[in-house]
Design a protein around this ligand. Structure first.
Ligand code: B16
Ligand code: MG
Length: 223
């Protein structure tokens, strides 16, 4: 393992709650119900694909031009939330984990579908810990396509096989594997069973001599 590539939403921060509030406002204006369960379907999905899912839930049909307007409006509402984010919203254990990677000479990239990724990293005060950012601004194909992780490795000047991905979504795990990378699932072990290993969060992981270690059983991963 020479590089680590992190998904953003659900791995570094929980922005899903802000995406939900913004999409819900749009649904409210169209007059249909959009639940938190529905919102699960939007995790890791690009903005325009999320809009298509939302509109299908409401049975709303729009032209391509109208869709772009609605997506812009959703993003304005979303920005209102993320511009208020603070460093205490970085998920537990993430900061120590990132700093330990740096101390041990392992490179760090982001691998996110979001076009707002850099704004979020800046808001929560961790942009300086990243050597590279692959996100919705320099990648066009959505996960499970491997493009975002291949871009992350390329920006770090590393071969894919030297990189490990951290993901909370099944599409992201598939993307990592298609990129030829090992993947650590962050979240539920049943949902994320395709990952090479699953942990609940970064408090369950440490780094020892450049290798990942599972804290509760002392297992050192041979990645
Ligand atoms: P934006 P990730 C994803 O982030 C979110 O999970 C998904 O809900 C969102 O639609 C997507 O980013 C695009 O975000 O509208 O900010 O460009 O998990 O890939 O970090
Ligand atoms: Mg995610």
């Amino acid at each position: 393992m020479k590089g680590c590539i992190f998904d953003l939403d659900g791995v570094i921060v929980d922005t899903a709650k802000y995406h939900y509030l913004a999409w819900k406002k749009i649904a409210d204006e169209f007059g249909f119900v959009f639940t938190e369960k529905d919102n699960e379907r939007l995790k890791g999905v690009s903005r325009m694909a999320s809009l298509d899912i939302l509109l299908s839930i409401g049975g709303v049909h729009l032209s391509e031009g109208e869709k772009l307007q609605v997506a812009d409006k959703k993003n304005e509402i979303y920005l209102g939330y993320i511009l208020k984010m603070t460093p205490d919203e970085v998920l537990p254990g993430v900061l120590t984990f990132l700093k330990t990677l740096r101390d041990q000479g392992i490179k760090i990239s982001l691998g996110s579908a979001s076009k707002n990724a850099k704004t979020i990293l800046h808001q929560v005060g961790i942009e300086n810990l990243f050597d590279a950012v692959a996100d919705g601004t320099n990648v066009s194909k959505a996960k499970p396509d491997p493009e975002v992780f291949l871009k992350g490795a390329e920006l770090l000047n590393l071969s894919p096989a030297d990189c490990v991905v951290f993901e909370d979504a099944r599409a992201g795990i598939e993307a990592a594997h298609r990129a030829g990378m090992k993947c650590v699932g962050i979240g539920d072990s049943v949902t994320l069973r395709e990952a090479d290993i699953v942990v609940g969060g970064f408090l369950d992981l440490s780094i020892e001599k450049g290798k990942l270690k599972i804290i509760n059983n002392g297992e050192i991963l041979n990645f």
